[in-house]
Unconditional design. Structure first.
Length: 335
């Protein structure tokens, strides 16, 4: 596994950052994989995958570049520059880091991502940074920017929920839930950042950034010894923010917002996930859960450090009596 050693000063100075470029890179990776991890992502792929494939078919060198930059175990560094973190920047500002890469450096970074020699015609190309920035610009304009306001609300809800989690359970609890199965607080100042067999890295003295994205993917990056970033899939993912249909009678009985929380709990969810999925505030979700718990409609249990809520038999019967609003299950994507 890959892990970083993090001092108390670095952890105390860390922060959450929203990045339009990271969101765009994550979306590019989803288009490249052409695999959905949930219904919202499937619908998004259905709308944009044909045009993306047409775009690459018209530029075969771009298609080859994307395949090389998204390596089997490592992304080319100029695809995933580390955010500055001092303030939220626009996509146009952030993509400047891609364009600032020297052509020779780009080839070297592709070799690392590929894990071997860079094939022609990539090796001889002198405009790889410009080409990659062009692909990212297309993904941003065509697939991300039209719904950036909605995605941004999901990302903000995730940050809000994780900030509240910090106040309740400290960094160990927050980091364990950051990207389940990948990130984990190991103790003694050690944070597992992925499951790859990479050598440990000390981030003491640098700035640590946590960057949520809505697609179900993530990565780590760093800029020298100054900045380090952990990009992680937020709790809300690219879900349909309308969520399951709330039956009219159930909404009249419980209130639309509370019923909206209940109908989502056919599978266990944490408070932070409910905040991100519903767009409701943490306090509102907490109050709804308390009422549902007191009424015996949901129960809570613990999975590791996470507290998860799900229907009781009474809750399942109540929802089923109105017609089951849950979407069909989606097979999880490996990797």
């Amino acid at each position: 596994m890959g892990w970083w050693r993090i001092g108390t000063d670095t952890l105390a100075g860390s922060s959450f950052v929203l990045s339009p470029l990271a969101e765009t890179v994550a979306s590019l990776k989803t288009l490249h994989a052409a695999a959905a991890s949930h219904p919202g992502e499937r619908a998004w792929l259905g709308r944009h995958l044909p045009a993306y494939r047409e775009r690459l078919a018209a530029e075969p060198l771009d298609a080859l570049l994307v395949r090389a930059a998204i390596g089997p175990t490592w992304n080319a560094d100029f695809l995933t520059p580390t955010p500055l973190g001092d303030r939220e920047r626009s996509f146009e500002e952030e993509v400047g880091a891609v364009l600032a890469t020297g052509p020779a450096d780009a080839v070297d970074q592709l070799a690392v991502a590929i894990g071997g020699p860079v094939p022609e015609p990539l090796r001889s190309a002198r405009d790889l940074p410009e080409r990659l920035a062009g692909v990212l610009g297309w993904v941003w304009r065509e697939t991300v920017r039209p719904e950036w306001a909605r995605r941004r609300r999901i990302l903000e809800a995730d940050v809000l929920a994780r900030t509240a989690m910090l106040s309740r359970g400290g960094w160990a609890a927050a980091l364990d839930e950051l990207s389940p199965g990948r990130t984990r607080w190991l103790g003694d100042g050690r944070l597992q950042v992925n499951t790859r067999d990479y050598p440990p890295r000390s981030v003491d003295g640098g700035r640590l950034l946590f960057v949520p994205v809505t697609p179900a993917t993530g990565w780590v990056s760093w800029e020298g010894t100054e900045r380090y970033a952990i990009v992680y899939p937020c709790a809300g993912v690219l879900a349909d923010t309308a969520g399951p249909r709330v039956p009219e009678a159930l909404g009249a009985l419980l209130g639309t917002a509370r019923a909206g929380v209940l109908v989502r709990l056919g599978t266990p969810l944490s408070t932070s996930q409910l905040v991100a999925l519903t767009g409701q505030g943490l306090g509102s979700v907490g109050r709804h859960l308390k009422v549902l718990l007191d009424a015996g409609l949901v129960r809570r249990g613990r999975a590791g450090r996470s507290v998860l809520y799900e229907w009781t038999e009474a809750g399942a019967v109540l929802v089923a009596a109105q017609g089951d609003p849950r979407p069909a299950p989606v097979r999880a994507r490996k990797g």
